[in-house]
Design a protein around this ligand. Structure first.
Ligand SMILES: *Cc1c(COP(=O)(O)O)cnc(C)c1O
Length: 475
C-alpha cells in the first residue's frame, strides 16, 4: 500500500467520521431543541399524571440515520409517558426520584469536557471535585478526616464496597464463612442481602433482630443474640443498621447499636441511602451515633434530589477499603505516585466512569445548602400533613414515622385486606398520584414516601382527593 493510497482513504473516512463532531450551528440546533423539550417537560409536570401503566413500543437500533425531532417524539411517547413518572412530584411510592436542573446541567458539562475523574494524576481538578464531595459528606456525618470514600452509581454499589471492606478486615473467607454472622432489621433494604451474596458471603448466617412498635431494631435483643452466637462458637462480624428504612421510614437506635458493636468488636455499618440527608433537618438528634459507624452509605440521588446515578460510601478503615480495590498495574504506573486515596479508583471497583462528582458539587455551590435543608424539612411536614388528612377521612395510619415514609389502610368492616387491595388497584388505575403498597406485620398497607423536591402541599391535596374518590368506588 503506498502513501498516496493511505491519504486518499483517510480523506474519505475522515469526512464520514467527522459527522460525530457537529459544527457550532448544528450544536446550537441540538441544544435549542433539547432546551425546548426540557422546558415543555418541566412545565407539563404539574398537570401530568404520576403513573401511566402502558408498555413501550419498538425502540430498536437498525444502524440507519433518523431525524432528531422524530426521535424526541418517540422518546416522549415511550419514555416520558410510561410507567412511574419519577421526575414528577406525584411520585409518592417506592423511594421517589429527583432530577434537579442544575445537576442535569452539570452532567452536560461533565460529558462535554469528559475529564477522567477516578485517577488524581489523570485530572487533578475532577478528582479534587469528587474528593471535596466526599469531604463534605464526611463533615455532614462527623466522620474523621482520615476516613475514605467514593461516589458510586447508587446505594446497592455503595453497599458492595462497604461490605467488602468489612469482609476483608475480618478476613471472612473459606471455612469461616458459614460460621460468620450478620445482624440486621427485618426492615433492611434487600440490597443488603443481595450484596452479601455477590461478595461471596451467601452462606453467612443472617440474624433478623426484632423491632419495636416504631419499626426500630431492639438494641437489647441485638446484644442478647450476639452473646448467644458467641457462646455457640459462631463468628459475629457485621451489624447493619438503617438510618431510614425503605418501608417504614424508621431510624434504628444508632448510638445504642454503636455501643454494642464496640463492645463485641463488630463492624458497624449504617444504611442511610434514603434517610441520610435528613441529618440536616430538625431530626438531627435521631442520627446520634451515626458518626461511630465503620461504614456508611448515602444516596444523593434520593435525599439530595439529584437525577438517578449517584450514591456515596464512607469507610473509616482505609486499609480495609484499599484491600480489594487497589491494584497495581503496569499500564497505570504513572498514576501510582500520588496519594492512593486521592483517586476514587482505589476505593471503588470502577475505573473509567462518568464524572459524577460535578452533579453533586455544582448544585451545592450554585444554590448553597439552605434550599436543600428547607426541602427536606418540607418533606417531613408534608408527611405529617398527609397522615392527618388521611386520619380525617377515616383511615388508619402506621406509627409516627421518624422520617418521610409512612403507611395507611382503611378499616373496612369486612374483607379488609381484599378491599384495601382493590383500593390500591383503583389508585393505580387513576394514576394521578403514584403510591405503592407493602405488607407490614402481615397487613396489606398502602405506602407513602415523600421525597421528591417537586412534591408540594398541592400534590398531597390532589392525592387526598384521588384517594377519597377511589375509596368511594370500593366502599
Ligand atoms: C434505595 C435504597 C437502597 C439501594 O440504593 P440504590 O441507589 O437503589 O441502589 C439501599 N438502602 C436503602 C435504605 C434504600 O432506600
Amino acid at each position: 500500500m503506498n502513501l498516496e493510497n493511505l491519504i486518499k482513504q483517510l480523506e474519505d473516512l475522515g469526512s464520514k467520521s467527522s459527522k460525530l463532531e457537529p459544527n457550532e450551528l448544528e450544536r446550537n440546533e441540538l441544544i435549542d431543541t433539547v432546551k425546548n423539550f426540557a422546558n415543555n417537560f418541566i412545565n407539563s409536570l404539574k398537570e401530568a399524571k404520576g403513573y401511566s401503566p402502558k408498555d413501550a413500543g419498538v425502540l430498536a437500533i437498525d444502524g440507519s440515520k433518523r431525524d432528531f425531532l422524530e426521535l424526541l417524539a418517540q422518546y416522549q411517547e415511550n419514555v416520558v409517558e410510561t410507567g412511574i413518572i419519577a421526575a414528577s412530584g406525584k411520585h409518592v411510592g417506592y423511594i421517589p426520584g429527583g432530577g434537579i436542573f442544575v445537576s442535569a446541567i452539570a452532567d452536560f458539562l461533565a460529558a462535554v469536557t469528559n475529564p477522567y475523574a477516578s485517577v488524581y494524576y489523570a485530572n487533578p481538578g475532577a478528582a479534587t471535585i469528587e474528593n471535596e464531595v466526599v469531604n463534605w459528606l464526611k463533615t455532614l456525618f462527623s466522620f474523621p478526616d482520615t476516613a475514605v470514600g467514593s461516589l458510586s452509581s447508587g446505594g446497592s454499589t455503595s453497599t458492595l464496597i462497604a461490605f467488602t471492606a468489612a469482609r476483608d478486615h475480618y478476613k471472612i473467607k473459606n471455612e469461616l464463612v458459614p460460621k460468620s454472622v450478620v445482624y440486621m432489621s427485618e426492615q433492611v433494604h434487600h440490597s443488603t442481602q443481595k450484596a452479601l451474596r455477590i461478595i461471596g458471603l451467601e452462606d453467612v448466617i443472617i440474624r433478623y433482630i426484632p423491632l419495636d412498635d416504631f419499626h426500630r431494631m431492639k438494641a437489647d435483643e441485638l446484644d442478647k443474640q450476639i452473646k448467644g452466637d458467641v457462646q455457640q462458637g459462631l463468628n459475629p462480624f457485621l451489624i447493619v443498621a438503617s438510618a431510614g428504612t425503605t418501608d417504614t421510614g424508621a431510624i434504628d437506635p444508632l448510638d445504642l447499636i454503636a455501643d454494642i458493636a464496640q463492645k463485641h468488636q463488630l463492624w458497624f455499618h449504617v444504611d442511610a441511602a434514603y434517610g441520610g440527608f435528613f441529618i440536616l433537618t430538625s431530626k438531627k438528634g435521631l442520627f446520634k451515633g451515626i458518626e461511630r459507624a465503620d461504614s456508611l452509605i448515602v444516596d444523593p440521588h434520593k435525599g439530595m434530589f439529584l437525577p438517578y446515578g449517584t450514591g456515596a460510601v464512607l469507610i473509616k478503615n482505609k486499609s480495609a477499603a484499599l484491600h480489594s480495590n487497589y491494584y497495581e498495574a503496569n499500564y497505570m504506573q504513572d498514576a501510582t505516585n500520588e496519594s492512593l486515596v486521592k483517586s476514587s479508583a482505589n476505593i471503588s471497583p470502577e475505573l473509567t466512569k462518568h464524572f459524577r462528582g460535578l452533579r453533586v458539587w455544582l448544585p451545592l455551590q450554585i444554590h448553597g445548602i439552605e434550599p436543600f435543608i428547607a426541602c427536606s424539612e418540607e418533606k417531613l411536614v408534608l408527611t405529617q400533613y398527609f397522615r392527618q388528612r388521611l386520619i380525617d377521612l377515616g383511615f388508619k395510619v402506621g406509627p409516627e414515622p421518624d422520617l418521610s415514609v409512612s403507611y395507611f389502610w382503611y378499616p373496612f368492616e369486612s374483607d379488609e385486606e381484599a378491599k384495601n387491595r382493590r383500593l390500591m388497584d383503583e389508585i393505580h388505575k387513576d394514576g394521578e398520584v403514584f403510591l405503592s403498597s407493602s405488607i407490614i406485620k402481615g397487613r396489606f398497607v398502602i405506602r407513602m414516601a415523600i421525597l421528591s423536591f417537586r412534591t408540594k402541599k398541592e400534590t398531597i391535596d390532589r392525592a387526598v382527593s384521588m384517594i377519597e374518590s377511589c375509596l368511594a368506588k370500593v366502599k
